[in-house]
Design a protein around this ligand. Structure first.
Ligand SMILES: [Zn+2]
Length: 436
């Protein structure tokens, strides 16, 4: 079968391509990328005015399933993901049960094969039960198929445990993905420790809670030189730390999620519990500092941190007990494209942060590129298409997205996995067989 994408702007940062080119797919693989390809056997898709990118690669998603189908299943989560342009997803292991043993990895792949619409790759917990006490059997988990390790949601409390984990990552050549937060410092905080504390009469979360952990982990990494990725940076100072340690030649990667660069804490007053996230939406100074980090290309990954909850869990106002997180596969691309329009980034850098960089961090050699001969995982999007967020159109089970009613610019039109169109204009066309 042949599929020909004609007249698009092909941007493939992995191969330094950014040009108006045609792209031919033959039998699920990328066969040719050239000007004016003519092939009479091919089905032609005219993609003029649109950007043809490698299929987006996500490395920070919570897909629930198992004992939490009321929040999300692999089917609903990946339906939402392919609408957002994602073709490969690294899935966080803090499901119920936790993915910290080989049996659960096997169960993960079984369910993924049965019901996922895109390629799913499990993360393993880095400590047994995410308790921070005993490192998992990394070697066995790697052999079973995990692509990285994370106790996301929990930080590694002890510095000496952090050291041992970084040492262990060298043995297996996989990354540990760190949620940096001193939970005692967060305390009962639910919003940014800024003006909302008074205006909404709610306890605040100081960025100190994350920054001290980031600093500590970078210092340990400088000594140990393991494989380290820092999840969801959330303050101006965290960007300064990243800049400093990158200048010192320390080897690590880091990530932003849209909550931190898209809006200030003002959104919390308007959207309430749907905007209760960690790290929290912060003030102008932090948002500006984070955008400066994008401008200086200090950021390696833009992730979604898709974090679905059942509607019953996000009713009412912000309280100490409702949970942190939002679901955002569909809104990540347009929010990232805002950084292009505001002059902090170009398309190629944004696409790099959403494709080849996360693929490399997860050791997915064949993902996130449009190399000739690679599996044809491709995302086509219209960077200028205006649309208004209507949560009823989202395919996630969850509706905890604070951008409801906002105008977005930039929308995915085609999601292609292994050469087959899986999603067109947010209509799911078919299930991919043998996604793995
Ligand atoms: Zn986290």
């Amino acid at each position: 079968m042949k599929l020909l994408l004609k007249n698009g702007r092909v941007i493939d940062p992995a191969n330094d391509v950014d040009d108006f080119l045609d792209l031919l797919i033959v039998d699920g693989k990328i066969s040719k990328i050239e000007k004016n390809i003519i092939d009479e056997e091919a089905i032609v898709e005219d993609v003029s005015g649109q950007i043809v990118a490698p299929g987006f690669v996500e490395m920070h998603a919570h897909l629930r399933d198992f004992n939490e189908p009321q929040r999300e299943t692999f089917y609903t989560g990946t339906s939402s993901a392919v609408c957002g342009g994602y073709t490969s997803i690294g899935v966080m292991p803090n499901s119920d049960p936790i993915i910290d043993n080989v049996k659960m990895v096997e169960e993960f792949f079984k369910r993924a094969k049965e019901s996922a619409l895109c390629r799913l790759y499990p993360f393993g917990a880095v400590t047994v039960g995410r308790k921070g006490e005993e490192i998992v059997d990394m070697k066995a988990l790697k052999e079973a198929g995990v692509v990285a390790f994370s106790d996301d949601g929990n930080a590694i409390k002890e510095a000496v445990m952090m050291r041992d984990i970084l040492e262990a990552t060298k043995e297996v050549d996989l990354v540990v993905d760190l949620h940096c937060e001193d939970k005692a410092y967060t305390g009962k905080g639910v919003v940014n420790a800024g003006k909302l504390v008074k205006e909404m009469n709610l306890p605040g979360i100081s960025s100190v809670a994350e920054d001290v952990e980031i600093a500590r982990n970078l210092i340990i990494q400088e000594e140990i030189n393991g494989h380290m990725h820092i999840a969801h940076l959330g303050s101006e100072r965290s960007i300064d730390l990243v800049r400093l340690f990158k200048q010192r030649g320390v080897n690590f990667t880091c990530e932003l999620i849209p909550h931190q660069f898209s809006r200030t804490e003002e959104i919390v007053k308007e959207k309430g519990v749907r905007a209760k996230v960690k790290p929290p939406f912060r003030g102008v100074k932090d948002v500006e500092g984070i955008r400066q980090g994008i401008k200086e290309r200090l950021i390696d990954v833009i992730a979604t941190d898709h974090c679905p909850y059942a509607d019953s869990e996000i009713e009412g106002g912000i309280t100490a007990t409702n949970l942190f997180g939002l679901s955002g596969f569909e809104t990540t691309l347009p929010l990232a494209l805002e950084m292009v329009r505001l002059g902090y980034a170009d398309y190629s850098y944004i696409i790099r942060c959403m494709t080849v960089n996360p693929a490399r961090i997860m050791r997915l050699a064949n993902r996130g590129t449009l190399s000739i001969g690679a599996d044809a995982d491709i995302t086509v999007f219209d960077p200028n298409k205006k649309w208004v967020v209507d949560l009823k159109e989202f395919k996630s089970k969850s509706s905890n997205n604070p951008y409801d009613g906002d105008e977005m610019i930039g929308k995915v039109t085609l999601t292609i996995i292994g050469g087959e169109i899986v999603c067109r204009d947010w209509n799911i066309l078919k299930q991919v067989e043998k996604a793995f």
